[in-house]
Design a protein around this ligand. Structure first.
Ligand code: PLP
Length: 390
């Protein structure tokens, strides 16, 4: 068995080299695709050790899991078939029927629908909390029950870009013996590593920034070995594991994460400032803007504010006009790739929520979400300018 424990000093180097097999397989510089479902038996003592694709233990899985754990400063990582497989398996492996979750007020629509519908059907309930509430812990205590087992948040929330008092979330979880889970998809480990702050589990849609090229679906769960093993046990049975071909593509995309995200941080900051000052824009949401309610937390916790932003136009008709006129970004769902995307969350990621619920949260028809790519920033800004001026 090769050794996958390679680790270097810096995040940028680890993105390229951590976890690479030693010795290199047949001298190959890149981890080859191990397109084999099963392997010859050795002296496996436990079921988990039997080498089989669904058990996430091919050389492609080993390399990538070791690399992700290193760059997120976590002890262990588990790849999953999608971000939703990571989220649903992390939640279900820690809760039983009758138990309860505290969940951030606005979340990615799929996570929200999972809690509202599927988890609820299995007897797992949740209450919403405002993680940016300056009175945090006191307000959260009011909805805490004797059956609360988990607190679930996003480092930057989709699509309103809220950043909460994440240190308070960790200490609240410790005080009340809750499993703290954070979706770090928007921030990425380049800007923020929640395990360093003490979160028990970090989940990712690796479909987005970690891969960065909008050409696969994948997810990851990270944390202590014990916490990840608990999730792994359920993943073995639910079956949401990642195939080696996709591991290969994800490993390739991950190598340039830092270059991409730093560029996206810079362009998104410029674009957010421009949008905030534009007369057609009612409000811009970006954690890097001093006007953002979560700015003080983002400044304290993050090394960059990310490549995602959203903004409100006057009404739904203005939003439609903007989407018709904008020429460079693609009007499409998903995010985190090298190409800029624009979308109305009310018509895509949050279409699964009731209209009333969307309006209550502020995910209205005039809200546009932008995933900033790596194009020339001046060309991108000029395109936004012409699309807003029409
Ligand atoms: N988490 C966040 C913040 C997301 O935006 C998404 C998808 O848009 C997911 C999780 C789900 O990821 P996937 O589509 O890979 O299942």
């Amino acid at each position: 068995m090769p050794d996958y424990s390679a680790k270097f000093d810096s995040l940028d180097t680890n993105l390229v080299h951590a976890g690479r097999p030693r010795p290199h397989v047949e001298g190959a510089v890149v981890t080859p695709i191990f397109q084999s479902a099963n392997y010859q038996m050795g002296d496996e003592a436990t079921y988990d050790a039997v080498r089989y694709i669904r058990l996430s233990n091919s050389p492609n899985h080993h390399t990538l899991q070791a690399r992700l754990a290193t760059v997120e400063s976590a002890e262990a990582a588990l790849l999953t078939a999608s971000g939703m497989a990571a989220i649903s398996t992390a939640i279900l492996s820690n809760l039983q029927a009758g138990e309860h979750i505290l969940a951030q007020r606005t979340l990615y629509g799929g996570s929200q629908s999972f809690l509202d519908q599927d988890a609820h059907r299995l007897g797992i309930t949740h209450s919403s909390i405002d993680v940016a509430d300056p009175d945090g812990a006191k307000a959260w205590e009011r909805v805490l029950t004797s059956k609360t087992r988990m607190i679930y948040v996003e480092s930057i929330s989709n699509p309103l870009m809220e950043v909460g008092d994440l240190e308070a979330v960790v200490s609240f979880a410790r005080q009340h013996d809750l499993v703290s889970v954070i979706d770090n998809t928007f921030a990425t480990p380049v800007n923020f590593r929640p395990a360093e702050m003490g979160f028990d589990l970090v989940v990712h849609s690796a479909t987005k920034y970690l891969n960065g090229h909008s050409d696969l679906v994948a997810g990851a769960v990270l944390g202590s070995k014990r916490a990840v093993d608990r999730v792994r046990h359920l993943l073995l049975h639910l079956g949401g594991s990642l195939d080696p071909n996709t591991c290969f593509l994800l490993e390739r995309g991950l190598k340039t994460l830092s270059l991409r995200v730093r560029r996206q941080n810079e362009t998104a900051s410029r674009l957010a400032e421009f949008l905030e000052g534009h007369p057609s824009v009612r409000k811009a949401n970006y954690p890097g803007l001093p006007s953002s309610p979560g700015h003080r937390y983002a400044r304290q916790y993050f090394s960059g504010f990310g490549g995602m932003l959203s903004f409100y136009l006057e009404d739904a008709a203005a939003a439609e006009r903007f989407l018709d006129r904008v020429a460079l970004p693609i009007h499409a769902a998903s995010l985190g790739g090298v190409e800029s995307l624009v979308v109305r969350p009310a018509r895509s990621s949050h279409l699964g929520l009731e209209q009333e619920e969307r309006d209550r949260l502020g995910i209205t028809d005039e809200l546009i979400r932008v995933s900033v790519g790596i194009e020339d920033p001046d060309e991108l800004m000029a395109d936004f300018e012409q699309a807003l001026s029409g």
